[in-house]
Design a protein around this ligand. Structure first.
Ligand SMILES: Nc1ncnc2c1ncn2[C@@H]1O[C@H](COP(=O)(O)OP(=O)(O)O)[C@@H](O)[C@H]1O
Ligand SMILES: [Mg+2]
Length: 453
């Protein structure tokens, strides 16, 4: 093994490289001795202060960092904060004498992955390190893939403006003609659900005047789509990768303008978003685009790039009527059958709901477009807790078999299968559907169609 670097994937066992950061030498030595017993745990460096810890983390790129809290010059929380941003592949475990829940909360907020008391047993120590390492796998892989493959490609770019990257580049636009239906919620959760080993996902906030992906995911960054827009005809892809922000979960996000007026240079050219997506899409397998409510030229530029448009609405009369209007426009634009799918949002199961809800079969029958997913309405507390934690709504439920996580994963799997694995048979079926669509749908009265009788 070459010093400090993680082993290659085909090696039999993973050796976890560890950096110890503690101002007390005996503590470091004791932990070092304990770790020396385990073949898969390898201490690659020792730092005495927070500042030195940050420095060594950057140089050594360890898998795991065990970090003391109280240290001179820079404390462990500050150091963790910096490391999480600058060396995102390293997972930090905070170690402290205090078992104070407040401390733990602060540690987690700083980006630490776990917490160990100094009185922890040997087994606690080993198990925590291994668990944290395993849980951080996805983030590491995303970065490894990016480092090896993508950066290489980027450096070898030929013609300016040429599409580079060898990823699938499926673009999914999330659209609704109304505000507040759940577009941003669905776009962020879908992007999160699509992330898996070896799948690169980018979330773009193209809801330009009211971008709130950053708020939802608690991402603060100096750079946004505004910087990319400056050179939209010839995007520097290496720069692009730096402008893109990384969420704690590893998700890549191109943030919208920080303030509405900052959107001006972006909206000045209505082909901006389409051009950006066109040039960067093949660096990713999936590009999820959160859009605005306007059906303007900018939006159509995005739709032109899209393999799928998810039309979001609630199962209410007004919303279904609006979706109908949008679909009529899509028809006029000659969008192929199957490009658009409906996602119903805030679906209430409870029969005693206050607003009359249009049953899903009626929605499908009336709109003649498939309902791909029904995202359940969650209670306000669940919703707020996700927003407060800065995670997509999907993370509000840890169990992927329970709502609302289940519906998001099902939608992701469905889109994944449809887009990544279309075989000939399926392609044929789509062609047939298309032919059927030509025999135009008849449009009955809205109320009868939706509620029957
Ligand atoms: N599945 C859901 N369950 C309950 N409330 C939701 C759900 N999705 C969205 N909301 C509520 O609707 C508001 C608007 O959602 P958002 O995703 O921002 O919509 P949009 O992007 O379409 O404006 C949220 O702040 C939240 O209060
Ligand atoms: Mg929104």
């Amino acid at each position: 093994m070459s010093g400090g670097r993680k082993p290659t994937q085909d090696q039999q066992e993973d050796v976890i490289t560890i950096l110890l950061v503690d101002d007390i030498r005996e503590v470091r030595e004791n932990i070092g001795k304990l770790l020396a017993f385990e073949a898969d745990l390898k201490v690659v460096g020792n730092a005495e202060t927070g500042r030195q810890g940050v420095q060594m983390a950057k140089e050594l790129q360890p898998d795991v960092i065990i970090m003391d809290i109280n240290m001179p010059d820079m404390d462990g929380l500050q150091a963790t904060n910096i490391i999480t941003k600058q060396v995102p592949t390293a997972a930090v475990i905070i170690m402290s004498v205090q078992n104070d829940p407040d401390y733990m909360r602060q540690a987690l907020r700083a980006g630490a992955r776990d917490f160990l008391g100094k009185s922890a047993s040997m087994d606690d120590l080993y198990n925590t390190i291994r668990a944290v390492y395993r849980n951080h796998e996805q983030v590491r892989r995303q970065y490894a893939a990016m480092e090896q493959g993508v950066m290489e490609k980027i450096r070898n770019v030929g013609e300016p403006g040429e599409t580079v990257g060898d990823r699938a580049g499926h673009v999914i636009a999330v659209y609704s003609p109304q505000g507040g239906t759940g577009k941003t919620t669905i776009a962020t959760s879908l992007a999160s659900a699509l992330m898996r080993e070896d799948v690169r996902v980018l979330l773009i906030d193209a809801s330009l005047q009211f971008s709130d992906v950053g708020t939802f995911l608690n991402l603060k960054s100096q750079s946004s789509v505004v910087e990319v827009a400056q050179d939209v005809d010839d995007i520097d892809l290496e720069l692009f990768e730096n402008i893109v922000t990384t969420h704690d979960s590893g998700l890549k996000v191109l943030l919208g303008p920080p303030r509405p007026e900052a959107a001006d240079p972006v909206v000045a050219r209505p082909d901006t978003m389409g051009r950006i997506i066109e040039q960067v899409r093949n660096l990713y397998d999936f590009v999820i685009v959160d859009t605005s409510t306007r059906l303007d030229e900018m939006q159509l530029g995005i739709f032109d790039q899209a393999s799928r448009i998810l039309l979001v609405g609630t199962p209410t009369l007004v919303s279904v009527k609006n979706m109908r209007l949008v679909l009529d426009i899509f028809d006029k634009l000659d969008y192929e059958q199957g490009k658009t799918g409906i996602v119903l949002s805030k679906v209430v199961e409870d029969r005693r709901k206050r607003i009359p809800t249009v049953p899903v079969e009626r929605v499908e029958g009336y709109l003649k477009v498939k309902v791909l997913a029904q995202i359940p309405a969650v209670d306000d507390r669940t919703y707020l807790s996700a927003v407060n934690k800065g995670v997509p709504l999907i993370a509000a439920e840890r169990n992927p078999d329970r709502p609302p996580a289940r519906q998001f994963y099902e939608l992701a799997t469905r889109l994944y299968n449809e887009l990544m694995e279309i075989d000939e048979e399926e392609a044929e079926a789509i062609a047939q559907q298309k032919a059927e669509k030509q025999t135009k749908q008849k449009k009955g009265g809205l109320l009868t169609a939706l509620f029957g009788r």
